[in-house]
Design a protein around this ligand. Structure first.
Ligand code: BDR
Ligand code: CA
Length: 315
């Protein structure tokens, strides 16, 4: 199986990604590292522990990381004081667990773990890239120790947080800039362009409900909430559907044909008055810089849904 470490800001779509990674027989989820993002890192860490306990995987270690973006005091918009645990009105309603996160900081764990076992590990980052940027700061060799990196972030034709930017890059643009310009050898980016093609529908939720496993039931709950939110705000091209961004990265690890990638140079705007956090994808090679990423501009919805449902239905 592919051994991976998953950096998360759990999050309902992160939760589905964690469950896929923990349950698919071709994957071996070695640890989760957690970053400030969808909610403060303490809540995201607690969510991560609950998700793992709920599917009978409480032994997968969880490391808590950055409380704040790399260079900014916090996100540029204040959180809703009535819903400190969540963005987008979504909460993660799972039973509490007494399993604790490990005492080591996530960035230090990443630096040390990839120094020891980097040749056999894949790093998948589905939150703001703060922990990865901090790991580079701790150990410059981290960049060559990570042989393979998959990132959910950015958008070429699609944005979801400002008119210009996707959430993970927007939430810590300086960290995204550090990571994109660090020189990692093998980077795949799964942007909104792909996740907005891998839409999950109410009908798919019905399949999860029928499967009835703890993972399928939790995923159904989270995804149905996501669709409800999208139906009320931003309808997707497939009726009654929503993207489950982070889960697509795991789907692509399980079956690479779930996404179609193009080599592109990608950078991120850190200073624009209107465009901070925007991914800049040089699809026409105007910038004279060699591609640094394989970017997924397309996703195979049917294939992804099949993986999602069959994996979470496993007993
Ligand atoms: C990304 O932002 C977060 O809200 C999601 O968990 C996902 O990682 C999508 O833009
Ligand atoms: Ca996320």
């Amino acid at each position: 199986p592919t051994k991976l470490i998953l950096d998360v800001d759990t999050g309902t779509d992160d939760a589905v990604a964690i469950m896929l990674a923990a349950l698919h027989p071709d994957l071996d989820l070695r640890a989760c590292t957690v970053v400030n993002g969808n909610a403060p890192v303490t809540y995201c860490t607690d969510n991560t522990l609950r998700v793992l306990a709920n599917i009978g995987k409480p032994d997968i270690p969880v490391y808590m990381g950055a409380h704040k973006p790399l260079a900014r005091p916090d996100f540029p918009v204040p959180r809703d004081p009535n819903k400190p645990k969540a963005l987008h009105g979504l909460t993660l309603d799972l039973p509490a667990t007494d399993v604790a996160h490990r005492p080591l900081h996530a960035a230090r764990f990443l630096a040390e773990e990839f120094a020891r076992h980097g040749d056999e590990l894949t790093l998948v980052a589905v939150g703001p890239l703060t922990n990865l940027a901090l790991a580079i700061g701790l150990d410059p060799a981290f960049v060559r120790n990570v042989r393979r990196l998959v990132i959910m972030g950015g958008g070429h034709h699609v944005a979801n947080t400002t008119p210009a930017a996707e959430f993970n890059f927007w939430a810590d643009p300086e960290a995204a800039a550090v990571v994109l310009n660090a020189g990692f050898a093998d980077v795949t980016i799964v942007p909104l362009d792909a996740t907005h093609q891998a839409l999950v529908t109410y009908d798919d939720c019905a399949q999860l409900l029928a499967a009835g496993t703890p993972a399928a039931l939790a995923a159904e709950l989270f995804i149905r909430q996501r669709i409800d939110v999208h139906e009320a705000s931003e309808k997707m091209p497939v009726p009654g559907s929503a993207p489950v961004h982070d889960a697509l990265c795991i789907g692509a690890l399980i079956d690479p044909s779930v996404i179609t990638t193009t080599p592109v140079h990608v950078d991120v705007e850190t200073t624009g008055a209107l465009t901070v956090g925007r991914s800049v994808m040089d699809v026409h090679r105007r910038g004279n810089r060699a591609p640094n990423c394989a970017v997924a501009f397309e996703a195979d919805r049917a294939r992804f849904i099949d993986i999602l449902v069959t994996t979470l239905a496993r007993r």
